[in-house]
Design a protein around this ligand. Structure first.
Ligand SMILES: [Zn+2]
Ligand SMILES: [Zn+2]
Length: 318
């Protein structure tokens, strides 16, 4: 099984500003002091040696994740603006010839999780087939509403691919039994759903968007049990711990430190932080992550999860 991240930003697409990019260039040049950069190859080697958030970006596109099985089955979680880039990528394969098939699964239908749908080119190519699942009622109506002429110039009837809409049960097996998906309700305005994917002997869980109001007791344990033993947990870490506990209670999101608590209690192997706050620059996201790592280092637990900041293009092979 492989997980690839195409959109990791929360709430609204967030292009980098000129000021932020300028700062990155300045830092990179300052860091090159004493390094021989006399030819292009040396320059490229130096740039490649920089951390992703200094030579590039965590990413400004909103939620979209790609899950593929070893057999090549394709499942897409959420249609945030990251879906547009995934669409361009898929056009290079069977989807470009009208021979593709994918399942699209929606955690919920807040705008940041559906706004890439009208820009997903494989949907406009006859012959492609999409099975679209959601726990929320009337997913077709919700997506069609977004294509209303008042909000988007192209109606859904122009999309030539075959679309089949399904109510997602609590558990389902897809692709002739190769991928099992189990849903868990998340605490989020209007509800969102976490999905556990089991295939090829591995488990990947996507849990976006979610707030955790109680950090103990039955409430907490319900999530610990659902996340238990996952190889990868993709986690909504939009806010700092202070924001979650004080300033943004009931906003429906969580923090990296709570993710570490959950991942540790549930013996998760790799924790991937996503749904980054749009008002935070890449450096601040890195600092929040570093604070969380220090918190993890102080924990007494013997088995610690690997913790990574999710970024566009991150691919995890299991
Ligand atoms: Zn969201
Ligand atoms: Zn949401």
């Amino acid at each position: 099984m492989r997980l690839r991240l195409w959109g990791v930003r929360g709430s609204i697409p967030t292009p980098s500003s000129t000021e932020e990019l300028t700062e990155k260039i300045v830092h990179a040049l300052l860091g090159a002091n004493g390094i021989d950069l006399s030819d292009e190859e040396a320059v490229r080697d130096y740039v490649q040696s920089l951390p992703i958030h200094q030579r590039g970006v965590w990413g400004g596109n909103t939620t979209c994740f790609e899950v593929t099985t070893a057999a090549g089955d394709l499942l897409i979680v959420d249609a945030g603006s990251g879906l547009r880039a995934l669409g361009e990528h898929l056009l290079e394969g069977p989807f470009g010839r009208g021979q593709g098939h994918a399942v699209i699964l929606f955690s919920h239908t807040h705008w940041d999780h559906i706004l890439g749908f009208p820009f997903f080119k494989p949907l406009y190519i006859p012959g492609n087939r999409f099975d679209i699942y959601a726990r929320h009622p009337d997913i077709e109506g919700r997506l069609r509403y977004q294509h209303d002429f008042r909000f988007f110039p192209v109606g859904m009837e122009v999309m030539g691919a075959t679309k089949s809409y399904h109510d997602m049960p609590e558990q389902i097996t897809l692709f002739d039994g190769r991928l099992k998906v189990t849903a868990c309700t998340l605490d989020h305005p209007g509800d969102a759903y976490s999905f556990k994917f089991e295939a090829d002997g591995h488990t990947v869980i996507v849990a976006c968007d979610a707030e955790y109001r109680e950090l103990a007791g039955d409430y907490w344990q319900r999530y610990v049990e659902f996340y238990r033993g996952a190889d990868v947990l993709v986690f909504d870490a939009q806010y700092t711990l202070r924001e979650v506990l004080v300033e943004k209670q009931n906003w429906g999101h969580s923090s990296a430190m709570i993710g570490i608590d959950l991942a540790t209690d549930a013996d998760v192997k790799t924790l991937v932080m996503v749904h980054h706050e749009p008002s935070y620059g890449d450096d601040k996201i890195r600092r929040i992550f570093d604070d969380a790592l220090r918190y993890l280092d102080r924990m007494p637990s013997v088995v610690r999860p690997r913790v990574v900041v999710g970024y566009e293009g991150l691919s995890l092979e299991l």
